[in-house]
Ligand binder design. Structure first.
Ligand code: NZQ
Ligand code: ZN
Length: 395
């Protein structure tokens, strides 16, 4: 087992009606004036925004609002938020929405505590030294941003999508009511499930060594996600299944499934995420669907270096009974691909709606390798040429 530092400081309040506690919790974590941050309007249409605002009013917390966060959130909206918070004297950012809104809120928190341009953090010109506090009311189970140390922002001027990992941005609290996810459309629901599964897989596939009990927890989580994804697709109002998926979202990305597992840089493999972030940065596709589109090409490419791990995944997660490791590994890849199909996720980039040209592949790999200055992945370390090959095989 590798040494590790497990830190998951977010207070999770889970269940029906918990959004009513927003005001009380903003107050508990020191907020005197809040920014209510949200997306394209689903929270207004559902009435959630009004309930959260009423809860702030009841707690005596004044607030201002900023909506309009789009999926793959943009740095321009973050800058607008920083400016508004400065003008209004806001000291707490409350995200009401999915991962994009939470990530935008986290970026506003960084920007507000910094004199320069917030993009400096994403461009690796600066490292956050402090942040304003953020909390969230989660409406979509997917990214795990509600408990993660990361956020991902897109710069629309150059199509670059970049993440920052830092404990400073972790949400002080996450209010998680599974009923709020009943209205998430099927495509976003399925993409969310693919993302959740991927967050555990990225850690599980960091290398060949077994790490108990982390591996057993991961396998249990993956098995239940595969079952519950099918249930939420069949019945979007299945409370138990929505609740299971929502909790799995947090458990998959608060690093519980990474404890003791090694990795290249941070714990985990993360190659699929790095390859996908370039795709959604360039083509504005849905993150979880992008992950699904890359998975088969990535797994077949790296599997020869991780036969034991892929065979274990096949047997313990996908129920493959084959005794030969390599055959089992391949059967597991095929079974997971079938699962993705069963929830209508793409299994290659064309199914994602993108026809990649050779020139675009070169650009994606160039960006993903930070202009040929870094490698990615852990179970198999990938350089610029490997990245191009995986995009080619995935298209
Ligand atoms: O904007 P509104 O109108 O709210 O609609 C949203 C949006 O169109 C809609 N939606 C959300 N909750 C809803 C709902 N519609 C009906 N009912 C509800 N209850 O869903 C659409 C997608 O929302 P978005 O927030 O973009 O989705 P998601 O949560 O998947 O977030 C994706 C972003 O998070 C990043 C991704 O790269 C992407 O930019 N990630 C963030 C991570 C992190 N911070 O730890 C890790 C992930 O790996 C990921 O990279
Ligand atoms: Zn993800």
């Amino acid at each position: 087992m590798n040494d590790f530092n497990y830190y998951a400081p977010t207070q999770v309040v889970f269940g029906r009606g918990v959004e009513e506690r927003a005001g009380e919790l903003v107050k508990r974590y020191g907020g005197k004036k809040a920014l209510l941050h949200y997306g394209g309007g689903s929270v207004k249409r559902s009435g959630l925004f009004d309930r959260v605002a009423a809860s702030l009013d009841a707690a005596g917390i004044p607030w201002v609002e900023l909506g309009g966060v789009v999926p793959n959130p943009r740095v321009s909206k973050v800058r607008e938020g920083v400016e508004l918070c400065r003008k209004e004297g806001v000291d707490f950012i409350l995200a009401v929405g999915g991962g994009s809104v939470i990530d935008s809120a986290k970026a506003i928190g960084y920007g507000l505590a910094y004199d320069g341009d917030v993009w400096d953090f994403y461009d690796r010109k600066a490292t956050p030294k402090s942040s304003y506090p953020v909390g969230c009311v989660l409406t979509l189970a997917a990214t795990g941003s509600e408990m993660s140390d990361s956020n991902v922002i897109t710069n629309e001027e150059n199509g670059k999508k970049r993440g920052v990992n830092n404990d400073l941005c972790r949400c002080k609290f996450a209010l998680m009511n599974p009923e709020l996810t009943f209205t998430v459309p099927p495509y976003q629901t399925a993409a969310g499930c693919a993302d959740i599964i991927s967050h555990t897989m990225e850690r599980y596939f960091s290398g060949n060594e077994a790490v108990e009990p982390t591996d057993s927890m991961s396998e249990g989580l993956l098995r239940s996600m595969i079952e519950m994804s099918k249930r939420v697709m069949a019945d979007p109002r299945d409370y138990e299944a929505r609740a299971a998926v929502m909790w799995a979202s947090s458990l998959s990305h608060n690093n519980l499934t990474g404890c003791g597992r090694g990795g290249h840089g941070r714990v985990g493999d993360w190659a699929c995420h790095q390859l996908e972030h370039e795709l959604s940065g360039m083509f504005d596709v849905t993150h979880g669907a992008g992950l699904a589109a890359i998975w088969e090409a990535w797994s077949r490419y790296v599997m020869p270096r991780g036969v034991k791990r892929f065979a274990r995944f096949a047997r313990n997660v996908m129920g493959v009974a084959e005794p030969d490791d390599e055959k089992a590994a391949l059967a597991g890849i095929e079974a997971y691909k079938e699962f993705l199909r069963s929830i209508s996720m793409p299994t290659d980039i064309r199914e994602l709606g993108v026809e990649l040209t050779d020139e675009q592949i070169d650009r994606l790999a160039w960006n993903c390798s930070f202009e040929n200055t870094r490698t990615i992945g852990s179970i198999r370390v990938l350089d610029l040429e490997d990245m191009k090959e995986i995009y080619r095989r995935a298209r």
